[in-house]
Design a protein around this ligand. Structure first.
Ligand code: ZN
Length: 383
């Protein structure tokens, strides 16, 4: 019942009457679904359509998200000229017949230009609806289904906390015993288009909830709090970056002016009383794979975790280049900065490239989880 309620109240607010029918060619573009974003659409020639996508508000990070469906009365090729207003083309379009299985458009069907704001897509439209999107949707429904599946495991619980601006309950997964003495915090999807971050987070958590001897031992000693969807309203509304309050949530860990960050921070803070929080991970996507970390000479407890963890991942996945950087500029209102300074723990922003091979990012995530469990078990009594 909660699920249905959450979905319907979100739908009311995010559905914009956005459907464009072109009778002369029997072509219909549809942006009336959760995750959709298409701001304008017009026919500019035979079989040729011009589209504009705009962000939720300005200024905004350059993450021009788009998602729409197209169908045609009869099978026919169409050309879509897509223009990003407020950003330059960033995502390579993907297509799907079911909204779940996605294929990236190859060079024969896609080109950028003229200029950095435009690109051209060559699509095969037909009676069966074709989904077109900047990245795999990894929608709130998909993430909820994933969470409810994990909940069926005897040592995983699902519960709700707080509310988004749109009144949607937020959800958390608890892996292991919540009254454990030792805790890890994992969050994700503060930024709606960052689906590769979600894919990595899910694989990472599956490994902790997995059937390896390591995972079973780890769950005896540690509890893991997972809040995989910090910005459900922004994800549903197809936002480029913000929540419904027009705020970048990863710049609100300090002010806590937004209900989503405030509620999430309260969940994390509760872990340190009376237990001990060992690590905070925040999953994102950007142009490349990178772990943003504290410097090694910055005190944190357990000491030395970050350097050993990243070295361990590198050894486990030799074909992958582990890339570590200090946060580009001091950003005192990110979740990673907040968790480090509030609890004195290693706190890492786990960034996956937009175009990182999906099989590779899952392999790295699984190995990163194994290495984390191994190290934390070793360090469980460390200062
Ligand atoms: Zn991000």
């Amino acid at each position: 019942m909660c699920l249905a309620l959450a979905a319907s109240c979100s739908r009311e607010k995010t559905t914009k009457e956005q459907r464009w029918s072109f009778a002369e060619e029997g072509v219909v573009f549809d942006a009336e679904f959760l995750r959709a974003r298409l701001s304008e659409c017009e026919r500019i020639g035979p079989g040729e359509y011009g589209m504009v996508i705009r962000p939720e508000n300005m200024p905004v990070n350059n993450s021009p998200w788009f998602a729409f469906k197209v169908s045609a009365a009869k099978e026919r090729p169409i050309v879509v000229r897509l223009r990003c207003q407020g950003g330059s083309v960033r995502y390579r379009p993907k297509i799907s017949l079911d909204g779940t299985q996605w294929v990236t458009l190859p060079a024969e069907a896609y080109e950028t230009g003229p200029g950095e704001h435009e690109c051209t897509l060559r699509l095969e439209a037909g009676p069966q609806t074709l989904w077109v999107a900047a990245q795999e949707l990894v929608s709130t429904d998909e993430m909820m289904a994933w969470a409810r599946t994990l909940e069926r495991l005897p040592f995983v619980t699902y519960s709700q906390f707080g509310q988004s601006i749109n009144g949607r309950p937020m959800f958390r997964l608890d892996v292991g015993k919540t009254d454990a003495a030792r805790h890890v915090s994992i969050i994700g999807r503060q930024h709606p288009p960052e689906t590769t971050g979600s894919l990595a987070l899910m694989r990472f958590v599956e490994e902790i909830a997995g059937d390896s001897e390591l995972a079973r031992t780890f769950r005896q000693e540690f509890h893991v709090l997972v809040m995989p969807l910090i910005n459900p309203d922004g994800v549903d509304a197809g936002h480029w970056r913000h929540n419904l309050g027009h705020v970048d949530l990863n710049r609100d860990w300090g002010p806590f002016a937004q209900p989503e960050t405030k509620a999430a921070a309260e969940q994390i803070a509760a872990l340190s009383k009376p237990g001990r929080l060992f690590l905070h991970l925040d999953f994102h996507s950007t142009f490349k794979d990178v772990f943003y970390t504290q410097a090694d000479d910055e005190p944190s407890s357990p000491a030395g975790f970050t350097a050993r963890w990243l070295e361990g991942i590198q050894k486990r996945v030799p074909e992958y280049a582990v890339n570590r950087e200090a946060s580009p500029t001091p950003k005192p209102t990110t979740s990673a900065y907040w968790a480090h300074h509030t609890f004195g723990i290693p706190s890492i922003t786990y960034e996956i490239g937009d175009n990182t091979d999906r099989a590779l990012l899952k392999r790295v995530a699984a190995n990163a989880a194994q290495e984390m469990m191994t190290l934390l078990l070793e360090m469980k009594d460390a200062k």
